[in-house]
Ligand binder design. Structure first.
Ligand code: LFR
Length: 519
């Protein structure tokens, strides 16, 4: 007992988690020191998440998510109390870009729309016809993805919903508002909207003016008028509303603390790296592959390669590319299960390990894989279209996905390094993908670099580390936080030169060439 405890809420596209992080060690009463500090994580609630199709539009069931959060907070408070620990803060992170619109009374006007919804098809082209892609990139440094918040807003610019709106809150900020009554825009997530100036770390008045001019219409409600003030990670958002705290069995004014509320930003904080010559893969539904930099890379070559400069904790830049990620596998498994086929992940991975490497590779980032639906069929189509043998069995499909992901990681790590000039000598994998040993080994093989895998709950750990520092329980820069985080987690190391089923480096170069020439 007696430890400082923090609650990390981390919601991904397929599940939400409420996790308690206890900070152990460090200064004790009476000037004693109880050994080096480390964080112990403990999951108290996990709940499913996914798209809900209503009237042909994919939504998030955000009230159900809030229920999962509050159930978790209640369970966490109970455990913390029983242990004799102290609940010091609550932090929330989730996937990016999506938002809820509130009216002037603060009521949520509609269920947030899911970023995989098709309403944004073609919108980026319409926007770039008015404000060029180059003009965008020079200000926001952001990759073009069909679902960037900016494009979602333009898709709905003439809607009755927008006309009724008074403010826009990204998902973690929305959940935080329900807990505290305070409206803010945490900066790491705000950097995924397309409306932020990557250099000033604040909304871009110039971009917003031009957007208003081009798409605002006659409405009294302006894009800029919807945006709350930007806050940096570590800012106290506010104490729990008394009624909320009471309902959750929490006593005292426990604050919600802004963390890297974009899950990827929190995951990068938890990368157990020392020094700066590392690449990371935050591997969940998406795989976010890149580097941590102190300045954005805004060159034309970077824009053409569709690298993003999202903002990180402590003034950093997350220079990365979105790779389609385990979504390809998750959605294949969903398709097989719906068809009544056995599709247990460990069995599938064991079978895939027996399939010859690099028989068929696909461009995982092709937009044809973005929407939900029959994934194995789409993969087979893509293989056929590029003149390759389409995978037939489940094992072949899984192998194709893993080989293709590793190939995409190889490209992204190498390009990020070239475009930024940063030397990379190790690749860190964090997130659910850590458990996928075959993928980790293939990643080492494909990149030709050692892979260090762990922690699995990267976003939750980064969330806790940033809260603990804001509360004064931890001190120091990102390197110091990383050292504390690394102490509490088991890491696995994969070398590019050995391992069962090792695929030598030149084979990847050949496969990459095959993919590029097929495109
Ligand atoms: C990962 C992630 C990515 C973002 C995608 C959509 O969970 O946050 O970083 O591009 O989800 O929001």
């Amino acid at each position: 007992g007696g430890a400082a405890a923090f609650v990390a809420v981390d919601i991904g596209a397929s599940s939400g988690r409420v996790i308690v992080g206890r900070v152990l060690g460090g200064p004790a009463p009476g000037g004693r020191v109880r050994g080096e500090q480390l964080v112990e994580l403990h999951e108290v609630n996990r709940f499913p998440n996914g798209p809900v199709d209503v009237g042909g539009t994919l939504h998030w069931d955000v009230l159900r998510l809030y229920q999962g959060v509050t159930d978790g907070l209640r369970a966490a408070a109970g455990e913390i109390h029983t242990r004799g620990d102290v609940l010091v803060g609550i932090g929330i992170d989730s996937w990016a870009v999506d938002y809820g619109l509130l009216d002037a009374d603060g009521a949520l006007l509609a269920n947030p729309v899911h970023y995989r919804d098709s309403r944004t098809a073609g919108v980026s082209d319409r926007v770039f016809a008015q404000i060029s892609a180059a003009d965008h990139y020079s200000v926001n440094g952001l990759q073009t993805q069909p679902f960037n918040t900016e494009f979602q807003l333009v898709a709905a610019a003439r809607s009755a919903l927008k006309a009724a709106a008074a403010s826009l809150l990204l998902i973690p900020d929305l959940l935080g508002y329900w807990l505290t009554g305070k409206q803010v825009a945490e900066v790491t997530n705000a950097s995924t909207t397309g409306l932020l100036d990557v250099r000033t770390r604040d909304w871009s008045a110039s971009l917003l003016d031009r957007l208003e001019e081009a798409f605002g219409g006659e409405s009294m409600v302006t894009f800029a008028g919807l945006l709350p003030r930007v806050v940096e990670p570590g800012t106290i958002v506010g104490p729990l509303r008394p009624a909320v705290a009471h309902a959750l069995g929490i006593s005292g004014a426990v604050p919600v603390i802004a963390v890297g509320s974009h899950d990827t930003a929190s995951a990068v904080v938890a990368v157990p790296a020392s020094g700066e010559n590392f690449a990371y893969i935050s591997c969940g539904t998406w795989s976010l592959v890149g580097l941590e930099l102190s300045e954005p890379v805004l060159s034309e070559a970077s824009r053409e390669a569709n690298f993003t400069n999202e903002l990180g904790v402590d003034g950093t830049v997350r220079y990365l590319r979105n790779v389609m990620g385990l979504w390809l596998l998750q959605e294949s498994i969903r398709t097989w299960k719906a068809a009544g086929l056995p599709a247990d992940l460990p069995d599938l991975l064991a079978a895939a390990a027996q399939v010859p490497a690099l028989t068929t590779v696909i461009d995982v980032d092709s937009p044809e894989f973005l929407a939900p639906g029959d994934m194995p069929a789409r993969i087979a189509e893509a293989a056929e279209r590029t003149g390759q043998t389409p995978p037939r069995s489940q094992a072949e499909t899984v192998r194709c996905i893993l080989d293709s992901l590793a190939l995409a990681y190889r490209r992204a790590v190498r390009q990020a390094s070239e475009l930024s000039g940063r030397v990379v000598d190790v690749v860190h994998v964090v997130g659910g993908g850590v458990r996928n040993e075959l993928l980790c080994q293939l990643t080492a093989d494909a990149t030709g670099l050692p892979v260090v895998a762990g922690p699995v709950e990267g976003a939750a750990l980064g969330n806790v580390l940033v809260q603990a520092r804001a509360a004064g329980v931890l001190t120091g820069d990102l390197a110091a936080l990383r050292a504390v985080g690394a102490r509490g987690v088991a890491l696995a190391r994969y070398e590019p030169s050995d391992g069962v089923g090792h695929v030598p480096e030149p084979h990847w170069a050949v496969a990459e060439h095959r993919l590029v020439t097929a495109a």
